[in-house]
Design a protein around this ligand. Structure first.
Ligand code: C2E
Ligand code: C2E
Ligand code: C2E
Length: 91
């Protein structure tokens, strides 16, 4: 932390997410749908989530957050810049 740049925004591309087979993306699809529902935010093409949500999702997927982020980037669901969200505090 310290004087470093602020963490990148974690912005899910919901259109891409809906195209990933639910066999793989199901838990994240349900998690994102729950957040949309809690916010009453139904019409977005993207959804900004909390840094904390990444840690929760890593537990759900039973993977280090860094690997999960790589997978979401490969699906086109997260921007490559999101890698900075885990590099900094993965220690
Ligand atoms: P909460 O955590 O008690 O937050 C209450 C309200 O505070 C939110 O209502 C929102 O208006 C505001 N708020 C809290 N954190 C932020 C933030 O980082 N940015 C902005 N712009 N506003 C914030 P809202 O949006 O209707 O959400 C209702 C509840 O839904 C939240 O209660 C929380 O329990 C859940 N929720 C919403 N979005 C998320 C999310 O991205 N991740 C998680 N884990 N929960 C969420
Ligand atoms: P930004 O954060 O870069 O978001 C750009 C656009 O992405 C937003 O334009 C909105 O169309 C979409 N977007 C991002 N996150 C979400 C989301 O969780 N749900 C939905 N439905 N759409 C999302 P918009 O709304 O015109 O906002 C322009 C800029 O204004 C945002 O740029 C941000 O810098 C600021 N802003 C808007 N709402 C909030 C907020 O609740 N909290 C804070 N801190 N900034 C906000
Ligand atoms: P944002 O609204 O620009 O908020 C940036 C950061 O400011 C948040 O990062 C959080 O660390 C802090 N923050 C803003 N509002 C609150 C608040 O009411 N309570 C607390 N405890 N912290 C707050 P974070 O948590 O990683 O969230 C990233 C983005 O996810 C937020 O950007 C916002 O776009 C979205 N978001 C997160 N939670 C909520 C929510 O409950 N409701 C809505 N509508 N958007 C949320």
């Amino acid at each position: 932390g310290g004087a470093a740049e602020p963490p990148p925004r974690l912005v899910l591309d919901l259109e891409r997410l809906s195209q990933v087979p639910s066999e793989k993306a199901g838990p994240l699809q349900r998690y994102a749908a729950t957040i949309q529902s809690q916010r009453g935010d139904y019409n977005g093409k993207v959804l900004s989530i909390r840094q904390d949500d990444l840690r929760t999702l890593a537990v759900i997927y039973d993977q280090p957050a860094s690997l999960l982020v790589d997978q979401l980037i490969s699906w086109g669901v997260l921007d490559p810049d999101a890698r900075r969200a885990v590099r900094e505090d993965d220690a």
